[in-house]
Design a protein. Structure first.
Lengths: 262, 79
């Protein structure tokens, strides 16, 4: 456990040194603010810029519920730009250690591969989860201020569902970062695969049960409808299983020393 | 149908009511730009393409500072 603590602390020191500890929360707060503000002003923006004559803006269109706006924050801001930013900020997580020989050096010490990987994933996940939660709460404050209020229990349940999806993103990016050597390829494969997962959500209920990205859909449903989907349990189990699989592959890959330090 | 918009139409928008809501969005964007510029200025001797990064940070809004933090700082460490 001591090794784990040291490795996790090293990750946090590195985050502070790269200013990640400042800019990642700021970016998520920015994304969280954008969606409520834009959807609040959408009718007046359309009215001002859309050619005044001949267009009538239906006033009932503007009366969105708070939960819907918060769900669209998750669905259209965090799931697209947010996921890309998480991947881009994490693409070097193991790759930079491989590139400068740090990984080979660490493994000559009495450190198990398990504590190395768990130190990496847990410290990065805690940090990303904190910044996502921060952006989400700021978005919630804006929604309450500009629209109707959202039930606090639904808010927390939706956040927990969403953080499971974030956990899969973090562990998947770590796996890809272990397997491949070039940062561009790591970012490309992770972005294509994870956004692809997000796009195929909702095509068929069978795929949704084994797709970790369906967590994001369940979070949106909780916010809009106020009830948890009965299929959500399978989705939670599938997301946890996929996360375990990716961590296992990372573990096997490092312990068989398939990486080559350039 | 009127397709041309002039400056005088800006007066129709009530800026004072929008300001308290828009201000945090602008403020966070400015903070990101400022942190990136300060970091770039302090390390201007060791970075490559300082002028290019300055332009990217200032003009590519919110994406520019992120790109600088992720790509711009890592490349310089290898020198």
């Amino acid at each position: 456990m001591n090794n784990f603590a040291v490795l996790a602390k090293k990750e946090f020191v590195q985050m502070v040194r790269e200013f990640k500890v400042i800019w990642l929360p700021l970016v998520f707060i920015f994304l969280g603010i954008t969606q409520p503000v834009v959807s609040y002003y959408l009718p007046s923006i359309l009215e001002a810029l859309g050619g005044g004559q001949g267009i009538t803006i239906d006033p009932s269109m503007a009366a969105q519920k708070g939960g819907e706006v918060l769900a669209s924050t998750l669905g259209s801001q965090f799931d697209q730009l947010g996921v890309m930013i998480i991947i881009v900020s994490m693409m070097g997580v193991v790759q930079s250690d491989k590139a400068n020989g740090m990984l080979a050096f660490i493994l000559t010490r009495p450190v198990t591969v398990g504590s190395y990987i768990s130190g990496k994933i847990i410290s990065n996940y805690l940090f990303v989860a904190c910044s996502v939660a921060l952006g989400y709460l700021v978005s919630y404050l804006y929604v309450v201020f500009l629209f109707t209020s959202v039930d606090f229990g639904d808010l927390i349940v939706a956040l927990l569902f969403y953080l499971l999806w974030i956990l899969f993103i973090v562990s998947f990016t770590t796996m890809i970062s272990t397997i491949f050597n070039s940062q561009g390829i790591i970012a490309l494969i992770s972005i294509v695969f994870l956004l692809g997962c997000r796009i195929i959500v909702g095509l068929s209920p069978v795929i949704d049960n084994v797709n970790p990205a369906s967590m994001s859909k369940h979070a949106m449903e909780v916010l809009i409808l106020g009830t948890v989907n009965s299929q959500a349990l399978w989705g939670v189990l599938a997301a946890l299983a996929w996360t375990a699989v990716t961590i296992l592959i990372t573990n096997i890959w490092i312990s068989k020393k398939k990486f080559n330090n350039e | 149908m009127e397709l041309h918009y002039g400056w005088n139409e800006l007066k129709d928008i009530d800026f004072m009511s929008i300001l308290p809501i828009i201000l945090p969005v602008i403020a966070i964007g400015m903070i990101l730009v400022l942190i990136a510029l300060i970091d770039l200025y302090r390390n201007r001797k060791t970075r490559k393409n300082v002028l290019l990064w300055t332009l990217i940070i200032i003009f590519a809004n919110t994406i520019g500072p992120i790109l600088y933090f992720v790509i711009g700082r890592k490349d310089s460490e290898r020198i």
